[in-house]
Ligand binder design. Sequence first.
Ligand SMILES: Nc1ncnc2c1ncn2[C@@H]1O[C@H](COP(=O)(O)OP(=O)(O)OP(=O)(O)O)[C@@H](O)[C@H]1O
Ligand SMILES: [Mg+2]
Length: 279
Amino acid sequence: MESKINLENKITIEISNLSFKYPSTRKISSFDQGAKGFKEVLHEISFIVSEGEKVSLIGPNGAGKSTLLLNIAGLQEIKHRKGQIKICGTELNDKNIYGIREKIGFVFQDPNDQLFSTSVFDDVAFGLINYLNKKRDPRAKDIKFIEGRVKESLAKVNLKNVENEMPYFLSFGEKKLAAFATVLSYDPEILILDEPSSNLDPSNRDNFIVLLKRFDKTIIVATHDLDLAYDFSERAIVLNGGRIVFDGNAREVLKDKDFLNANNLALPLMFRKYNDIPN
Ligand SMILES: Nc1ncnc2c1ncn2[C@@H]1O[C@H](COP(=O)(O)OP(=O)(O)OP(=O)(O)O)[C@@H](O)[C@H]1O
Ligand SMILES: [Mg+2]
């Protein structure tokens, strides 16, 4: 009996029959009687992620990757979804959403959605102080501790001498790194990253992959960087048209040219030959 409980505890994310629709942004003509006013984006998604697992979420533009990640992090309206999302064994609902969100470090596809303070230091400190306050941890008021953690997080992502800069004026790649530092600062149980490597230079990308590999918590990364997916994760979930079309070994699926092409994807660069690139 006890071993069963331990096994269940090891499930970090459990998604059952998740469907999601956005209120339609389509201009509905008065002649279009059939228009429902909603756009179905996710259909019957089910999967489980175990503690410490590293998963890549891949799929073409518009497949629903960001929508799925936002749902998992409780950042989409619950009334627009069907099905169930459990985080660390607790079902995500309107009442516990804030408690569950603090378990998750979410890095948005667009770093401009994440950075809002007048200095990089304040942005990185904000999440940490908030997190410590919720835990009633006295270190929330310990300036030396906060300063140390902010510097450490910025050093991890290789951002130097930007603490006092306005995030607005950083380059896009620097903004991505700063956004990553904001979640590293409080060491969440689950990391969810949406297109983290876009705009990173080769050296920062390598550093970033090393960081991800060292991080011993649960990680889901949505990415078009299939070389990153191959390098960092053993498991890949492929979404197409809002449905899961593959869930399994990343190293196998990312070598399967026919499957990738059929799903509007292409081989990782490292496996491409000259004649794989269309004229
Ligand atoms: N806020 C929104 N309102 C209405 N429709 C939306 C909204 N956000 C996304 N969509 C639609 O939902 C679908 C899935 O979008 P989503 O951003 O989840 O895809 P994605 O797989 O992350 O794509 P990408 O690879 O381009 O980041 C798209 O067709 C998009 O137009
Ligand atoms: Mg996206």
